[in-house]
Design a binder for this molecule. Sequence first.
Ligand SMILES: Cc1cc2nc3c(=O)[nH]c(=O)nc-3n(C[C@H](O)[C@H](O)[C@H](O)COP(=O)(O)OP(=O)(O)OC[C@H]3O[C@@H](n4cnc5c(N)ncnc54)[C@H](O)[C@@H]3O)c2cc1C
Length: 400
Amino acid sequence: MEAVHGIVIVGGGICGLATALALHRKGIPSLVLEKSETLRTEGGSIGVHVNGWRVLEQLGVAPELRKTADVVTEFHDVWQQKQGNKSVVVPVRGELRWLKRRDLVETMAKNIPSGAIRFSCHIAAIRPANPGSHGVVLTTLDGSIIRAKALIGCDGSNSVVAKYLGLSPAKSTSRMLLRGYTRYPHGHPFGPHFLRLRGNGFFVGRSPMTDNLVNFFVALWHPGADATKDASAMKELVLEKLKGQCSDEIIEMVRDPEPDSLILLTKIWYRPPWQVMFSSFRRGTATVAGDAMHVMGSYIGQGGSASMEDALVLARSLSRAAAAAGGSGGDELCEKKISAAMGEYVRERRLRIVRLSLESFTMGTLLATKSLLTKLACFAILSLLGTASLGHTKYDCGRL
Ligand SMILES: Cc1cc2nc3c(=O)[nH]c(=O)nc-3n(C[C@H](O)[C@H](O)[C@H](O)COP(=O)(O)OP(=O)(O)OC[C@H]3O[C@@H](n4cnc5c(N)ncnc54)[C@H](O)[C@@H]3O)c2cc1C
């Protein structure tokens, strides 16, 4: 049993760290509880568009992160067809860079006060504190008890905090996505261009990260009976599939990735847009952010940036509440004010995350469906949402 903490964040991934850093920048202390023994830095790379960079600016880590990754200036979209390839070049609006997830996570973590992240702390259960109080009592897997005045669940798609709030579990669908990045010791020849190649039953993405590093992903729509859950074995299967259909440059890139960058995803997790629209994301002084709130397929590459937007908006709402209470957080923040600030955060985020979830859901449906009618409906929704022009990247969640 220990003292009652102020704000406790469950999960030390991109969202948990961004939330702790945003609160820290506003002078509000928090404690991050992470179940892994160390920072989880695996996970290849993450594409960050201009909306994500706006948040990183506000968190004060953008200049350092920009040094780790180059700007991507154009999309090269290619469709392989029987009668020859069709291709279109589209300029990237604003800033797009592919960061190593490790760089993003480590940079945020080192800007958070030491001791504010507690590792090997797996939260197994949550219950309300006393009747009449908004606080919560957290129980770890090894039976320790942690009390908190306020709780923020940044614990990903299988969130224990989301369960405490009464949210339905996230849904999943089977997909085969291989990701990694490849080193070119003498420099790569691809320029600042993001290639998106659609072929017969596959989709290859290739985007430079630096002069020597190139990020890639390959999605197979019908991997067949030989599909496996082992990334290296799956890589061989993917190479077989791409042989004769793709250039040697692509085959070599997929054949020789950096060993710790290769990841295989066989499931895509998502919260359907109607759940995001109607779920209650707050219970007393507990709320959720990031994938715990709105996990979405990686079709529009916005899950990470949307998580950082959540972090900024939530920290801003809490700091306003603290300022109104006459202090910089901690004890001055009474449970009633925290609860109201969390309500304000949920209201501010709702339409933004509904839009992103709808866009990602529609894109996933379009790629999977064989029905012409469903395809037409998907095209209509995506055109309304401005997906082709990356309308979702224009969003500015404002200053911290
Ligand atoms: C293949 C793929 C590609 C992607 N590409 C992009 C991209 O290009 N751009 C982009 O913006 N986004 C992308 N995303 C999405 C992005 O990676 C996620 O949206 C983002 O990482 C979510 O961060 P999070 O902190 O909410 O969740 P997570 O990263 O899942 O972190 C949750 C953390 O909580 C911890 N945890 C879980 N349960 C508990 C518990 N009970 N107790 C204590 N700790 C717990 C976990 O160990 C973990 O560290 C991609 C996602 C995938 C799958």
